[in-house]
Design a protein around this ligand. Sequence first.
Ligand code: NAP
Length: 339
Amino acid sequence: MKAIVQDRYGPPEDVLRLREVDAPVIGDDEVLVRVRATSVHPDVWHAVTGRPYILRLMGAGVSRPKDPVPGMDVAGLVTAVGKDVTRFGPGGEVFGGTYTELQWRNGGAFAEYASVPEDALALKPDGVTFEEAAAVPTSGYIALLNLRCGEFIQPGQSVLVNGAGGGVGSIAVQLAKARGARVTGVDGTAKMEMIRRLGADHVIDYTREDFTRQAERYDLVFDVASNLSLMACRRVLKPGGTHVLIGHDHFGAAAGRVLGSVPRVLMYFALSPFVSQLKNPNPDASIPSVRDAMVVLEELFQAGKLTPVIDRTYPLEDVCEAMRYLQEERACGRIIITP
Ligand SMILES: NC(=O)c1ccc[n+]([C@@H]2O[C@H](COP(=O)([O-])OP(=O)(O)OC[C@H]3O[C@@H](n4cnc5c(N)ncnc54)[C@H](OP(=O)(O)O)[C@@H]3O)[C@@H](O)[C@H]2O)c1
């Protein structure tokens, strides 16, 4: 099969090559998917470049990527299933991630075929294209994990999403609307119209206004852009409100090469028992699994409450071009690859 392969970490244009390789062999609980669409997003950049360096010690591979084929999101056709798989069969149209927990490592999706754990997949609803379905698994899981599948949002609450026009933010906006919240979306000028279309009640252009200096108070600040200090966020939270930090490195521009956003996320974790507005960002007993999140994403799709936004689609051989476009931070919606 054709696949994008890397033998070492580095800038995408230096390390990614299109090659003929053997198709993956599936395990008993895995599904072989003919990939029709996959997506490019910040975590793909982390896994390909090996930055921050700490990710190499977290399972990605110390001196070189353990898994040579990048990509984490898939949408496509089931071509074979392992003997323990019960929910899918050949010919089924599915979407999901290639992992059962979030990890900064290559997932094998930038290829014609990918092996995917059954628990990381859901049926692609009719009426949703492969491209649309491939836009949401990783972003959706990050949003749902950090919002506990929507448990953190109550009807009538006031929710602010900082970075509402990106992959995670656009899903958080739609989840909050589906939960009956009033939503304010913050992002750059080019994304204002798109965020309104996703259902946000109010939009703020961060290049013109600083919402942390305004009078409005929120029940939840969901900070994907991760450029705000804890003090600034607390200023705009209602008493009893919640601040959720996602941790965005902005391709190395906003965090160190060695540890990235990890120290900041850990600091929030350490402070969370003492600062009531911080929900523990790290795993605890109640965190949703990838399978839980895929059920919620499938339900949102079925209910017509989730509309992925796609900026551009590239063929597999143009992955480097797609990665370059991602790093420019100009995309208005997800960047899709069609192997
Ligand atoms: N916490 C977790 O559980 C977890 C797990 C895995 C990964 N992550 C991280 O989560 C992040 C996911 O991000 P994503 O896929 O949503 O990224 P994205 O698509 O790049 O979205 C980020 C958005 O923030 C906007 N933005 C930039 N600067 C801003 C500012 N100052 N104020 C407001 N908005 C601003 C960007 O718009 P413009 O650039 O156009 O301005 C963009 O629309 C990644 O960094 C990933 O590594 C978190």
